[in-house]
Design a protein around this ligand. Structure first.
Ligand code: C5P
Length: 310
């Protein structure tokens, strides 16, 4: 049978990585997830996800971080495409291709980003015309971070991270990321956080007013002073070398630093582009990190690219 989409042009969606400026974690809920108060920022490291007509469901991955991404039915982008097809009543499969430039298992939501991109790409490819809010609801079923990667910008996340409220943020922030060559498992980091806390019960957290004020003012030094991540000690516990990475970046002049999400990427805030170049050179020369990348935030969430890759 010929696909209803035979001859339709492939759709490519570009999606950013994220960093958590603040990640406050409560005690686990009955469903095992942890209540969060987090502030997400989308940053300019991108994956590109293409969907095109095919006679079977498939996913292929290329690019710098292709290794380590599953290409079977567990791939989150493929699951996103199949889920949206089921919801929308689309019967024809698509082939998904991921150009991976976001580190895998790095605490920067790489897999979640690809799922967000696949939703936006399939919506366009199948001409569903879904509202962003409808896409974000689909996204929440795929993972806690996925709705934010659809939305982008800077946002407050609550619930398990999937409930979003806009955060007023002025200006552009410059980031340097120290990336490890081996990822950390998100469930393992949450479990380690629980283990370190022992029996102490932690109430569902609230976003800190200081963080909101720093974002509103666009004051990078104020923001650097309030960066906070409750998963950081757990990431350090599982990967002790990360402490030295953080200390190295701060010693080299970063205004602030924090483990990104569940790690092991360490995110540093710097004054401007030039300071970012200096820090990236310093971190690379020190050998503190396998890979160092610079980015700015906030940037847009998953969006259709017009024409070929730029
Ligand atoms: O939602 P997502 O699939 O990204 O979550 C991956 C894992 O991270 C969950 O299975 C859970 O172990 C942990 N997690 C959590 N609390 C959250 C988000 C994630 O415990 N709020």
């Amino acid at each position: 049978m010929t696909s209803a989409w035979a001859g339709a042009a492939p759709v490519t969606v570009r999606v950013p990585a994220k960093v958590n400026l603040e990640l406050l974690v409560g005690s686990p809920r009955a469903d095992g997830f942890h209540p969060l108060a987090t502030v997400y920022q989308a940053v300019s490291l991108y994956d590109d996800v293409t969907v095109e007509e095919s006679d079977r469901w498939s996913v292929t991955v290329d690019g710098p971080y292709a290794g380590g991404v599953p290409t079977d039915g567990s791939n989150l982008a493929l699951r996103a495409a199949r889920r949206l097809a089921a919801t929308a009543g689309v019967l024809d499969p698509v082939a998904v291709t991921i150009h991976k430039d976001i580190p895998v298992a790095g605490g920067m939501a790489g897999g979640s980003a690809d799922a967000a991109a696949a939703l936006v790409a399939c919506d366009q490819f199948w001409q569903l015309g879904l509202e962003k809010s409808a896409l974000e609801m689909e996204a929440a079923e795929l993972g806690s971070d996925v709705p934010f990667l659809v939305r982008g910008g800077t946002a407050i996340g609550s619930g398990r991270g999937e409930l979003l409220a806009p955060a007023l943020a002025r200006g552009t922030f410059h980031w340097v990321f120290a990336i490890s060559d081996e990822g950390l498992s998100t469930p393992a980091v949450y479990a380690e956080c629980d283990r370190l806390r022992g029996s102490a019960s932690v109430a569902p957290p609230e976003p800190k007013p200081e963080t909101m004020a720093a974002l509103r003012s666009g004051d990078v030094r104020a923001l650097a002073a309030v960066l906070e991540n409750d998963l950081q000690e757990a990431a350090f516990s599982l990967r002790p070398a990360l402490r030295a990475v953080l200390a190295e970046g701060l010693g080299l002049g970063a205004l602030g630093g924090v483990v990104s999400g569940s790690g092991p990427t360490v995110a540093f805030l710097v004054e401007d582009n030039e300071a970012g170049i200096d820090l990236a050179i310093g971190l690379t020369a020190s050998g503190a990190a396998a890979n160092v990348r610079r980015a700015t935030g906030p940037v847009h969430g998953a969006h259709v690219l017009v024409g070929a890759r730029d």
